[in-house]
Design a protein around this ligand. Structure first.
Ligand SMILES: C[S@@+](CC[C@H](N)C(=O)[O-])C[C@H]1O[C@@H](n2cnc3c(N)ncnc32)[C@H](O)[C@@H]1O
Length: 214
């Protein structure tokens, strides 16, 4: 008897395996890093969002081994660039190696340290962004959202991963700080008058918002 696929497995079965992204997941495993890259379907969505929006300046918060960085950089045109913020120098090194192996090394700049400090530095430099991918420590998601809105070009897109935190967000018995912050992040994404948005509940949940033009 053929076993029934989940909706996500079915969606994945339609796509050929991506050799570059397989190299990344194998590299992450070999380096004994956490295997928490974005889901493949959402990686494809990141590429599409960058390409469809024509974003030129992209900011990623949380690089890990470069999986989502590659997905973001793939959507860029000739002059587009990704700035990727990562706390751990060894993770940023692995990400850089993978992005370079993917032929996208000249498109991604890594900044190492606390993302909030890097965001302060970017603000002092007058940086502005067209698209954000928030995927670092969950307890800072609301801080990252506020910074993203502050540094946003008109109409910028903000994407946040792990909106459901493996079901913990919808389980009322879970009251940890990171889950409470994620609930407030999701509520803000849904209701803040500065944003128009949606929350996709597949995989681990993905928020997508657009900063309204004044
Ligand atoms: C879920 S992983 C990112 C996965 C990556 N976006 C991908 O899909 O390929 C989260 C990353 O955020 C980094 N991180 C955690 N706290 C951070 C902080 N305060 N500042 C910057 N990076 C942080 C972690 O070291 C880790 O690499």
């Amino acid at each position: 008897m053929t076993e029934q696929l989940t909706a996500e497995q079915y969606a994945e079965s339609l796509y050929a395996e991506d050799p570059i992204l397989r190299m990344v997941t194998e590299g992450i495993r070999a380096a004994d890093m956490p295997e928490i890259s974005i889901a493949p379907g959402y990686g494809r969505l990141l590429t599409l969002l960058v390409r469809m929006s024509g974003a030129k300046r992209v900011l990623e918060i949380g690089a890990l081994g470069g999986y989502s960085g590659i997905c973001l950089a793939r959507g860029l045109g000739e002059t587009g660039r990704v700035v990727s913020l990562e706390l751990k120098p060894d993770f940023a090194e692995v990400a850089k190696r993978h992005v370079t192996a993917a032929g996208l090394g000249d498109k991604v700049e890594y900044r190492i340290g606390e993302a909030l400090d890097s965001l302060d530095a970017l603000e002092r430099e007058g940086a502005r962004f067209d698209l954000y991918f928030i995927d670092a420590d969950k307890g800072n998601y609301l801080n990252y959202l506020e910074r993203a809105i502050r540094l946003a070009n008109p109409g910028a897109i903000i994407v946040g991963d792990n909106a459901l935190m493996r079901g913990r967000v919808v389980d009322p018995s879970v009251t940890s700080n990171s889950v409470q912050v994620m609930r407030r992040f999701n509520e803000t994404i849904a209701t803040d008058p500065r944003l128009e948005s949606t929350l996709l509940p597949a995989y681990d949940g993905l928020c997508i918002a657009r900063v309204r033009t004044p």
